[in-house]
Design a protein around this ligand. Structure first.
Ligand code: BG6
Length: 370
């Protein structure tokens, strides 16, 4: 096991990827119980809708959260890219919790969208029926001064421009919030809740097991180092992980990567495939695994190299299908994004290293677009 505190890391991004089990454990300690807790300050108690504003990786965390909030807590949830919000704000709804997510707490688009929403609500008379929550990694940031409540992601400072540990910390905070809301609203049965809590507490140790596969991922990076395009597929709760994996690849390797929902991919983007376009498919053990594997068959028929991120209990049946597969420990599929994202972070990291790129400071982007 690597010593995450040592300073002998070739890049901050790698160290930050390895810090994830520890960060998740910290977030669980703070937020991982269920019931009305000090941190919760009755967030979302009255509201019947949730609106999430964010950019980049934070938006992807919001998309995973949308799945959880709707499927586990039964709360209609919208997610909008904060950079699109000025042009296309959503219709105002009463009793709404608006959540702004930004690891830095300073992203200009996210703050502007939040401010616009406050003005719109004030002008419409909906202000009394709304509340404002910020999720950020920066105590004292501008975001924290403009919301009613802040949930801190406790990831410690993240130097690498590509978000890694702050992303998984955002997921954990969102998941804990979802469970709290689900319990408050009696939207979840006791048995389901206990299963999820048991699974949640296993996450840090299982993340550690995923990290132990770094060598396999490094070999895969070697195979992909010359690729110019890459497609990533996920369904349901992992659709946003396909988007996040593609963003990591774009940001750090400059490879043209696109993430799609496995279903939507068949409606057009599949035309992109040939032997030069590898397809990375996320296959947790859930009700969509069969349909995902059928999509992989189709991709292979067009000549694409097929790479799978596969749950352990499916691995025996998928070995002959995938050209390469990374096997992930079994975990309730609803929590699988927390594991599935790690091989994608490591893959982006290793391709960037093999390409001789400045992993921690990629060209053209900054950590915070303030
Ligand atoms: C972009 C960064 O500028 O901001 C992305 O390049 C990041 O990596 C995005 O995800 C959002 O940042 P934040 O701080 O609002 O979460």
């Amino acid at each position: 096991m690597k010593d995450v505190l040592s300073s002998n890391w070739p890049h901050c991004m790698l160290q930050e990827i390895y810090q994830q089990p520890e960060v998740v454990a910290k977030c669980l300690e703070r937020y991982g119980g269920v019931g009305i807790r000090d941190w919760q300050a009755r967030i979302g108690e009255q509201e019947s809708e949730i609106h999430i504003l964010a950019c980049g990786s934070s938006r992807h965390a919001g998309l995973v959260a949308q799945y959880w909030l709707e499927q586990l807590a039964g709360i209609p949830t919208r997610v909008r890219s904060a950079s699109e919000f000025q042009e296309a704000p959503w219709p105002l709804t009463p009793n709404t919790l608006t959540i702004a997510v930004t690891q830095s707490g300073e992203t200009a688009d996210t703050l502007a969208a939040l401010r616009l929403e406050k003005v719109r609500r004030a002008q419409s008379g909906h202000i009394q029926q709304s509340s404002w929550l910020g999720i950020t990694n920066q105590p004292g940031s501008t975001l924290t001064q403009e919301v009613d409540h802040t949930l801190l992601t406790l990831a410690g400072s993240e130097i690498g421009v590509a978000a890694t540990k702050t992303f998984t910390a955002q997921l954990v905070v969102f998941f804990c919030l979802t469970l709290d809301l689900a319990v408050q609203r009696r939207a979840i049965i006791e048995e389901n809740l206990s299963q999820l809590l048991v699974a949640l507490r296993q996450v840090p140790a299982l993340m550690q097991q995923v990290l132990e596969q770094e060598k396999t991922i490094q070999d895969l990076a070697q195979q992909l180092v010359a690729a110019e395009h890459c497609i990533l597929l996920g369904r349901g709760v992992n659709r946003a992980i396909a988007l996040e994996g593609a963003l990591k690849l774009k940001e750090t390797t400059y490879l043209h990567a696109e993430g799609y929902s496995g279903g939507e991919f068949l409606h057009g983007p599949i035309a992109l495939l040939d032997a030069r376009v590898p397809v990375v498919t996320i296959v947790p053990n859930d009700s969509s695994s069969e349909v995902m594997l059928a999509t992989v068959e189709k991709a292979k028929a067009h000549g694409s190299p097929a790479i799978g991120l596969v749950s352990q209990n499916l691995a025996a049946q998928t070995t002959s299908l995938f050209d390469s597969q990374i096997i992930l420990p079994d975990l309730d599929y609803r929590l699988s994004p927390l594991l599935m994202v790690i091989p994608l972070q490591l893959l982006a990291y290793h391709i960037a290293v093999l390409r001789g790129l400045d992993v921690d400071r990629p060209r053209n982007i900054t950590k915070t677009l303030a």
